[in-house]
Design a protein around this ligand. Structure first.
Ligand code: NDP
Length: 314
């Protein structure tokens, strides 16, 4: 391993140790803005990182709604958690299915009156190791970007007003960084437009992902200057990151008492089905930043991207 890689590895391991320590420090009474009445929804919570985020939020004393596209699997996951004695509920939710989203929103309104926290965790990736197939590019972009966007649009109207503010956390990836040194869009003008909040728009993000998908269809994507690693997945997460910043800007002037904070984070490379269990951290550690962002009491934090509880550049 090169000296630089070695140093980065050491730095990461040190940070992970710091986080294990931070996780043992209980929240003080003045930090705990939530109670058992606080409702958190986690998408794709039947396994992996989503399951862990749900478990940790419930351990902190919130009511957690696990959602799963396959309800039987969701119920099984909830049973495993209910044995711990915490407060859970479960509902079917496929973030690609408009009817499933509408039914979920109706159920939330009827049963809980609204929610306080939305964790958009559901996602897909079909590549492993050095593979870079785009065979499932449409499904990857539809699920990771459009599914997340559908959920944000559907849930903002049912986010409860509160003094502490409601929260949206999008589970994203460093692979979707716009201005990372490696694995980025080659077109500097497009990068600048997507970076600059004055030029960033939903239409621009949609047009960017559509242009990628069109090139996949035309089989010209390889010379299109797209990120080189897990290209479809990177494009989808880049769109999630850009959309996070855009929504933060759009909702930043909501009055006190109706505020919503929205951030995204990279959980690291995690031992879950998505990586063929080849990651280097556990789902428990990977859930940490998502849980921390969900429970933050610092209301100045919105429209930001995090990894290991630290802000990173988009
Ligand atoms: P898993 O594959 O273990 O879990 C993915 C979850 O998403 C499953 O519950 C899956 O449901 C659900 N899901 C997929 N499509 C839909 C859909 N249309 N509607 C509802 N749920 C859906 O992956 P991880 O736990 O590793 O990943 C969780 C998140 O973390 C993803 O957004 C991923 O991109 C992100 N991430 C993961 C990394 C890693 O190293 N693992 C690295 C960076 C980011 P089902 O069981 O039915 O398939």
């Amino acid at each position: 391993m090169s000296g630089k890689k070695e140093r980065n590895k050491e730095r990461r391991e040190k940070r992970l140790q710091e986080i294990s320590l931070l996780r043992t420090i209980p929240y003080s009474d003045h930090q705990r803005w939530w109670s058992q009445e606080t409702v958190a929804v986690v998408t794709g919570a039947n396994r992996g990182i989503g399951f862990e985020i749900a478990r940790q939020l419930a351990e902190h004393g919130l009511t957690v709604i696990l959602t799963s596209r396959n309800i039987s699997v969701g119920i099984e996951a909830t049973k495993a958690l209910q044995e711990g004695g915490f407060s859970y509920d479960v509902h079917q939710l496929d973030i690609l299915d408009g009817e499933s989203i509408s039914a979920f929103v109706e159920w939330i309104k009827q049963k809980y009156g609204g929610i306080d926290i939305l964790v958009n965790n559901a996602g897909v990736n079909y590549n492993l190791g050095f593979d870079n197939s785009v065979e499932f590019a449409r499904q990857v972009v539809d699920t990771n970007y459009y599914g997340t966007k559908n959920m944000i649009k559907a849930m903002i109207p049912v986010m409860k007003p509160s003094a502490a503010g409601a929260r949206i956390v999008n589970v994203s990836s460093r692979l979707g960084r716009l201005n990372g040194r490696r694995n980025r869009i080659q077109d500097a003008t497009l990068r600048e437009k997507l970076t600059n909040l004055e030029t960033l728009s939903e239409e621009l993000i949609d047009r960017t992902v559509s242009s990628f998908l069109q090139q996949v269809e035309d089989e010209t994507w390889q010379s299109g200057g797209w990120p080189q690693t897990f290209t479809d997945y990177s494009v989808s997460k880049l769109a999630v990151n850009a959309y996070t910043r855009l929504v933060a800007k759009e909702i930043c002037d909501r009055p006190q008492g109706e505020r919503i904070y929205i951030n995204c984070y990279c959980p690291g490379w995690v031992k879950t089905a998505m990586t063929g269990w080849a990651g280097n951290i556990s789902p428990e550690v990977a859930a940490d930043t998502g849980v921390w962002l969900s429970l933050l009491s610092d209301q100045a934090i919105t429209g930001k991207f995090f990894a290991e509880r630290r802000e990173i550049n988009f």
